[in-house]
Design a protein around this ligand. Structure first.
Ligand SMILES: C[C@H]1O[C@@H](n2cnc3c(O)ncnc32)[C@H](O)[C@@H]1O
Ligand SMILES: [Zn+2]
Length: 434
């Protein structure tokens, strides 16, 4: 695969965009021209041969390194799953684990057409190293969990400050820092206020879990007299830089609040169905209220993959099923959630195939079964295909996968396998020592 150098151009010849056959010219990481007559000399030429071109996908809620926990704990309710299985194992994570787990997540995302992700986890400097090497875009937040304890809060503040400084010091415009207050049931109001103020000072995003379960809402109301969005808002955590994951149990007033503040709700249908949270994010209420709506996979312990094509289909189906409306969340809108809305939620310029936009471009095999026949490329992308139809991926003009080849794949699989085994061994050894 030939790397294009700064200042060089790239031409993707003969792809289908909308219903037209076009060429796409890329210069300086942006789409310089798109159309039937776009062309000219180029350092690199990719032959599309009629491939369906889509904007690169944006995964707005995940815990990337949880790829190492894929299949580790399934078929359980959220609180039980977190407190008896996930958190005890995560206590043994190392930076090396997070590096390999994030590399594996990047590989999986690239293979399935995702160019950018919004991550909340631990050892985020190691996650940043992985993202840098893989050439993707990401917004990375340390998962701030103080469990209402002052001493823990001080530790989480230091960890957040250190992570943000390290990510900013990389000076990689593709990698952004954010703050990650985990949720209202794991972070004290003092911790939430600190996160809000720090994100304002640093001019960075806020990534938070919000109203995922009925229990979260009920306990929050009992404890504080406020529903979770109102509590977050009182602490300064709801604003246009906020991406709130799940948002399943919002009522109409909660949606109005998110809309008034210009915040984004990330829909995570697979995780919500698997953890049986009993309610689907109120897409129509959020949209009517003017809130941003985007899409995410959540981590691999609750999904159990990072395929945004599957997520698009589940989003469209879950909305229709739960809210009993065949016309709710049509294919074009779900694709917008996974592309332009996701880019806006993470503060990146992308998600559009038009002149001047970041060259985040995904090609789908025109001859795949899921694209046969090709009456409607968007319908096929949302309802028929999954990530395995993706052949080629560009992120800001850089080729991350060409003809299904991602450089270094074998090494990543080996490294991630070893990291997962070592993690489980360390946890087992610690148990026998107890
Ligand atoms: C960052 C922490 O968040 C944990 N996590 C993963 N999935 C979920 C979820 O659906 N709700 C709440 N918290 C979640 C992850 O294991 C880390 O501990
Ligand atoms: Zn999550």
């Amino acid at each position: 695969m030939k790397e294009i150098q700064q200042g060089e151009s790239l031409l993707i010849r003969d792809v289908e965009v909308g219903r037209a056959r076009v060429n796409i010219r890329v210069e300086g990481g942006r789409i310089a021209a798109i159309g039937a007559d776009a062309g000219g000399e180029a350092a690199v030429v990719i032959e599309g041969r009629g491939a369906v071109a889509l904007p690169g996908l944006y995964n707005t809620h995940t815990h990337a390194a949880m790829t190492l926990l894929r299949g580790y704990a399934d078929d359980m309710p959220l609180q039980d799953w977190l407190s008896t299985k996930i958190w005890p194992l995560e206590a043994h994570l190392t930076g090396e684990d997070v590096y390999w787990g994030t590399k594996l997540a990047c590989l999986e995302m690239i293979r399935s057409g995702t160019v950018a992700f919004n991550d909340m986890y631990f050892f985020m400097e190691d996650a940043a190293r992985a993202v840098d090497e893989m050439g993707m875009k990401a917004q990375l937040a340390y998962g701030f969990i103080d469990l209402f304890d002052e001493e823990k809060r001080e530790k989480e503040i230091k960890a957040t400050e250190k992570t943000v400084a390290a990510i900013k010091n990389r000076r990689n415009p593709r990698i952004r820092a954010a703050v990650g207050p985990h949720a209202v049931y794991t972070v004290s109001p003092e911790g939430l206020r600190w996160c809000a103020e720090f994100s304002r000072q640093q001019n960075i995003g806020i990534h938070v879990h919000l109203s995922e379960t009925d229990q979260e809402v009920k306990e929050c109301v009992e404890k504080t007299g406020m529903r979770p969005p109102a509590l977050l808002d009182k602490c300064g955590c709801i604003n246009p830089r906020t991406v709130a994951a799940h948002c399943c149990w919002l009522d109409t007033a909660d949606c109005t609040l998110l809309g008034d503040r210009g915040a984004y709700a990330s829909h995570n249908p697979t995780s919500n169905m698997k953890l049986a949270v009993h309610r689907a994010m109120p897409y129509a209420w959020l949209k009517d209220a003017g809130a941003g709506v985007c899409l995410g996979t959540d981590g691999c312990a609750s999904n159990n993959n990072q395929d945004m094509f599957e997520e698009m289909k589940f989003a469209a189906l879950l909305q229709k099923f739960f809210w009993n409306s065949q016309t709710l969340l049509p294919a074009e809108q779900v694709l917008a959630m996974a592309t332009a809305n996701g880019a806006a939620a993470m503060g990146f310029d992308g998600g559009r195939l038009e002149k001047g936009a970041a060259a985040d471009i995904v090609l789908l095999d025109r001859n795949a079964i899921c694209n046969t026949p090709l009456h409607n490329p968007v319908s096929n992308a949302v309802y028929s295909c999954n990530g395995s139809a993706v052949t080629t991926v560009l992120c800001q003009g850089r080729v991350l996968m060409q003809d299904r080849v991602v450089p270094g794949e074998e090494e990543i699989l080996e490294g991630a396998r070893a990291a997962a085994t070592n993690l489980l061994t360390r946890a087992a050894e610690a148990r026998t020592e107890e």
